[in-house]
Design a protein. Structure first.
Length: 300
């Protein structure tokens, strides 16, 4: 399959999402706008970090890679100022008590993932990263939004968006305020979601001029076009693409050679099996049986 040009990439593509999240000038206004549309509320001051790694607690335990990690450091439009429990996040110093909301934004194009359990694990790793000693009553713990964007329907109900929160089964009307929200967005939904959400999801999947239909998609389109016209992004994309092409060619060559070896081995084994069967039917001597056995051992 031919590699796409940088100009053909969409926001949902890993490279484009990463370039938007690492651009110092664009990342904060870009992701503030995306979040404000998807969550239908104003987003305060944020700090954006692309593809951060949270290691496992031991060498045999799995870590996670967050595609875009966003920390919101205001509550209800009011900046929170404190000097304790400093957390280093990107190029800013953010204190534990300043964090209002954390957003893990994950675009996914692969279908072979158990998303509920995948996101359960990601949530646990993120929480363990930011909860500091001394938070005895947990009252000041941040809210966490794990946001998954796919171009297919994970749950099969045809919705543009699904919101998952913990509930008390015996009394579902009572709120369970643990601050954990899972949001699943399906760019190819058929029902549900506001018009603004639908427009944004369509543009995220296919970031072309025909999907620029309102102020929000116009703004994100401008950011995307600036990335696509960046010589630095073009150079990185071409270099990365050349490496991928080389690895693909190398894998194909190894696969072809291994296929030939397996085919030859199977062919020899089939011939030996046929000779053994013929010898058995025709009452071959013990010497012939031994010879066939020796040949079989040599071929393995």
């Amino acid at each position: 399959m031919l590699r796409r040009k940088l100009s053909e990439l969409n926001v949902i593509d890993d490279f484009m999402m990463n370039e938007l999240a690492t651009n110092e000038e664009l990342k904060e206004p870009c992701f503030r706008r995306i979040l404000s549309v998807l969550l239908n509320r104003d987003i305060g001051e944020i700090n954006v970090k692309a593809q951060s790694i949270i290691q496992g607690l031991d060498t045999d335990l799995r870590g996670v890679r967050l595609d875009v990690e966003i920390i919101e450091t205001t509550r209800n439009g009011i900046s929170i100022k404190s000097e304790d429990d400093t957390v280093i996040q990107g190029e800013k110093n953010i204190t534990g008590s300043q964090i209002a909301n954390i957003y893990d934004l994950e675009p996914h194009l692969r279908k072979d993932v158990n998303f509920p359990k995948h996101n359960r694990y990601y949530q646990a790793k993120i929480d363990s990263r930011y909860v500091k000693k001394g938070l005895d009553d947990f009252e000041g713990m941040h809210n966490l939004y794990v946001i998954t964007i796919t171009n297919f329907d994970i749950f099969g109900d045809g919705l543009f968006e699904y919101t998952v929160c913990n509930k008390i089964l015996e009394n579902p009307d009572r709120e369970y305020k643990d601050g954990l929200i899972f949001k699943y967005f399906n760019t190819r939904g058929k029902t549900g979601g506001s018009e603004a959400v639908k427009n944004m999801l369509r543009f995220i999947e296919k970031s072309t001029s025909e999907n620029v239909v309102d102020e929000a998609t116009k703004e994100i389109s401008e950011y995307v076009n600036r990335v696509k016209k960046s010589p630095n992004a073009e150079e990185i994309y071409m270099t990365m693409g050349d490496k991928i092409d080389f690895l693909c060619r190398e894998s194909e060559e190894i696969g072809e050679q291994r296929g030939i070896e397996i085919g030859e081995q199977r062919g020899k084994q089939k011939m030996l099996d046929m000779l053994k069967e013929a010898a058995k039917k025709n009452g071959a001597s013990e010497e012939i049986e031994k010879l066939l056995k020796d040949c079989s051992e040599i071929s393995q």
